[in-house]
Each structure stands twice: as C-alpha cells, then as structure tokens.
Ligand binder design. Structure first.
Ligand code: NAI
Length: 335
C-alpha cells in the first residue's frame, strides 16, 4: 500500500530542504506518493492568497502533509498561512522534541525535553483591530475546550513516551483570566494521571531555568505564544533551529515540519541544515504510517551524520561545512 502525502515546499530555504526530505524518503524505501501544493509567498504571487483553499482541502483528504516553512511579512501584509493552516485543520497540538544530539557542541549535556504547544488559539487567534488611532487591541482567546484537550494530549504523550513530568508554562499571575483558565484545566487533567508528576512555572522564570538547567525539564505544556518562543530558545540549547523536528497534530490530520522558518538570509545558497526537517520525516513515518523500522533508520542516519561532523555551516563555525544537498545525500547513503 502506498501512502499519500501532500508536500508543501514553502518559501526561502523550504524548497532546498524539501528536496533533501524527498531523497531521504526514497532512500528509506518508504511507500509514499507525493502530491505537491504551493502555499506561502509563492502562492500569493500565483493565487493572490498565501493559503489557497485547495491546499487545505487536499490535506483534509490525504490527512498527512510534509511542509517547508512559509514566510509571513512582519508588521504588515497577509496574515500567517502557518497559523491559518493549523486553525483550518484544527492541528491543535504542536509537538517539538528537543534533545542534546551526538556530535553537536552545546553548553548542556543532557537536554531531553518536549514542548507541547496549543496551536489554534491564544494571542495567535489573529483578532486585532485599531480601537482609535494610536491604540490597537490584539485579543487572546482561550477556551476551556482547547485547554483541556491540549492538557490531555500532553499527559497522554507523557504516558505513551515514558516521560515522568508535565510542567505547565503560564503567566497567570498577570493574565489571571486567560492563563488562569489554562492552569485550572491543566490541573484538572493532571489529577487523572497520578503516575505523571505535574508542576507549573511562570514563563519568564521558565526561560531563565531553561538557560541554566534545561536538564530539569521534561514535557513542557504551553499556550500558543509561549510555546513558540520557548521552542526557539530550546532549539538554541541543542545546536540551533536547523536540528529540531516538529509536528502539528490534530484528530484528523497531521502536518510535519521543522521548527525553523524560511531563513531568507541563507535562502537559495544550499547552506541550510536539512536535519530538523529530515527528523520531521522520521516522525511522520512512525506517527502517521507506523513505519517504525524506516523511521528508526532515518533517525540513526541523522545521528551518524552529526557524529561524523560532516555538517552544515550552522553547526560548523570552523572548518569546511557541507552543503544542504551533501548532508541530505550523506543521510541517504547511511540509510
Ligand atoms: P528563521 O527560523 O527563518 O531564521 C532564524 C535564524 O536561524 C536565521 O539566521 C536563519 O539563517 C537560521 N536558520 C533557520 N533555519 C535554519 C536551517 N535549517 N539551517 C541553518 N540556519 C537556519 O526565523 P526568522 O528569520 O525569524 O523568520 C523568517 C521567516 O520565516 C518569517 O517570515 C517567519 O514568519 C517565517 N517562519 C515560518 C515558520 C514556519 O513556516 N513554520 C516558523 C518560523 C518562522
């Protein structure tokens, strides 16, 4: 049986990264059929919208997509197609496992944490308006339903993956209503999982503890904004944005993508690190299709490449770095 996957190459470094992902899937012998669709800046040029309705429909039908990053203009222009896609497909759980990797120099030796981020509401609801000139309002929408289901997800994930603790990240000392609701829901769900420790940390203190003792964290349960920020911080602890995989999961569909953005500063130069994206491919193989052996082979190859030191410039401040395509090729050969 061949599995159908929608592929969105994306903007900036997306197409280079996606080429590497496709080669890796071929090398792994995964029975995958691609259907390529355009979203992001490229779609704005062609269709006048960053997220054509047809892209959403195709993913709904196929249920699984692999995605490159999509550029969102800063402070102006169209709203984020990434956020819109997650909302349209109700991909409510963003999962980003972040751990110390072999051969990657970092300040910490044993980081092994997973960020479980609510992906559909909060300050990313996209409801903003100008109240009067010079005063704007951005609404933080928080619903009990979304808080309960992301908390459930985090605890179920912890149980399924042999994790010992879930830490809720919040700012309920200031945002008493919205983050207060988030915490009440998390506590309620925690009671049903006595085998998993539960604690809470205010987001600012969480950032400090992350850069001092990241080894102490296990599963971090966050809202949309804190999860976005903390994910990049955590990536910085283990080698940077180029190495961390991710998944956006809902009840019906799953969209896999690395944590990083479109990196316009290095786009088109064959310099981007494809390993985070390739890690997302491994996650897709296992989670969506149950192809455990193939996923394990991809994961092993990623680690062997890292150990070999034949890596892209982001991981190699000294010496001659490898290109995106060379690193992709090395992974394929090791598989
Ligand atoms: P970014 O993640 O694109 O880049 C931040 C820094 O990390 C840059 O210096 C970049 O060169 C480096 N970097 C990122 N990925 C890398 C890789 N694979 N290998 C080597 N270096 C890498 O974040 P930035 O610059 O804030 O955002 C650029 C655009 O990407 C924006 O339009 C933003 O909205 C979008 N974005 C899209 C995401 C998505 O599609 N899921 C996620 C984050 C940002």
């Amino acid at each position: 049986m061949r599995h159908q996957v929608v592929l969105i190459p994306g903007d900036g470094i997306g197409p280079e990264i996606c080429r590497a992902m496709r080669r890796v899937l071929d090398a792994a012998g995964a029975p995958i059929e691609w259907e390529e669709r355009i979203a992001g800046a490229a779609a704005v040029e062609r269709y006048g919208t960053p997220l054509p309705e047809e892209v959403i429909d195709r993913i709904r039908e196929r249920r699984v997509a692999l995605k490159g990053p999509l550029t969102t203009p800063v402070g102006t222009g169209h709203t984020s197609a990434n956020v819109a896609l997650r909302q349209a497909l109700d991909l409510y759980a963003c999962v980003r496992p972040t751990r110390t990797l072999p051969g990657v120099p970092s300040r910490f030796g044993a980081v092994d944490l997973v960020i479980v981020r609510e992906n559909t509401e909060g300050l990313y609801s996209g409801i903003e308006h100008e109240v009067v000139p010079g005063v704007v309002e951005s609404l933080k929408i928080v619903s009990e339903r979304a808080c309960v289901r992301i908390s459930e997800f985090a605890f179920q994930y912890a149980v399924a993956c042999g994790r010992r603790r879930v830490t809720a990240v919040h700012k309920a000392n200031i945002m008493k209503k919205s983050d207060g609701l988030f915490l009440r829901c998390a506590r309620r769900v925690a009671e049903r999982y006595p085998q998993i420790e539960y604690d809470e940390v205010i987001v600012d203190a969480c950032c400090m503890r992350l850069v001092m003792q990241p080894e102490r964290f296990d599963v971090l349960l966050t809202d949309n904004l804190y999860g976005d920020i903390v994910s990049d911080l955590a990536a910085g602890l283990v080698g940077g944005l180029g190495v961390v995989p991710g998944a956006n999961l809902g009840s019906d569909c799953a969209v896999f993508e690395a944590v990083h953005g479109s990196a316009p500063d290095i786009a088109g130069q064959n310099r981007a690190n494809p390993l985070g994206a390739i890690g997302s491919v491994a996650a897709m193989l296992e989670y969506s299709f149950g192809l455990r052996e193939e996923a394990a082979a991809v994961q092993r190859a990623i680690e062997q490449v890292l150990e070999s030191g034949h890596v892209t410039a982001d991981l190699k401040p000294k010496g001659t770095p490898r290109s995106t395509s060379e690193v992709g090729q090395a992974v394929c050969e090791l598989i």
